[in-house]
Ligand binder design. Structure first.
Ligand SMILES: [Ca+2]
Length: 201
């Protein structure tokens, strides 16, 4: 029985790593800013977060219906805030925790060439690295950064993220001013830590 369980777990984990999808969250919880979903590509699902119950109107989640591919794909969605304030835009990856797993599984997605209208956003091509050696204007850590990459959608840099390792920035929004987010996404295998990782293979 145990052997059967382990086999199923391994197979499921194997499927997960190629099942990369878009996941973006818009978080207006701190300022209790209501967020109304607007137009979106048919390939995206934009919804208020039902798990937050009576606070669901302050939080939007955006998922792609289909798996991402190794080629960059363009996506777009809009939302409208119901008052002035600050919201957080989080780029992450799909939540994946198979039954019986102790930890969430790392399913990475890559993002680049983001355009945000209706507000001002910083460094949406990820081409500027700051003195902390992170992408200027964004919060995250070094594992989110891909630099000097030939496969970037714009320039030489892009970000990768998964559910527990997001990349985010804050946006100043205005009541009734629709915000539209257009971006490119593709699959990612996760960070390449060091060339020495390959020398030992
Ligand atoms: Ca870029």
């Amino acid at each position: 029985m145990l052997k059967k369980f382990l086999t199923v777990t391994v197979i499921t984990a194997g499927i997960c790593c190629s099942a990369s999808k878009v996941r973006i969250d818009i978080d207006g919880l701190e300022g209790t800013i209501g967020l109304k979903p607007g137009n979106a590509d048919k390939s995206l699902k934009v919804a208020n977060a039902d798990w937050l119950k009576n606070k669901s109107q302050y939080y939007l989640t955006i998922h792609s219906s289909d798996k991402l591919t190794a080629k960059w794909q363009k996506f777009s969605f809009s939302f409208t805030p119901d008052k002035d304030g600050i919201v957080k835009i989080n780029f992450l990856g799909v939540f994946y925790k198979p039954q019986g797993a102790k930890k969430n599984i790392e399913v990475w997605a890559a993002y680049d060439n983001i355009t945000i209208t209706g507000t001002e956003a910083k460094n949406c091509d990820f081409e500027f690295v700051n003195q902390k050696n992170l992408f200027d204007g964004w919060e995250g850590d070094e594992s989110n950064m891909v630099t000097g990459a030939e496969d970037a959608k714009s320039g030489k840099n892009y970000v990768i993220a998964w559910h527990d390792n997001p990349v985010y920035q804050t946006l100043k929004v205005k009541k009734g001013q629709e915000v539209t987010v257009t971006f490119f996404a593709k699959t990612s295998q996760g960070p390449v830590k060091d060339n020495s990782d390959f020398q030992n293979i």
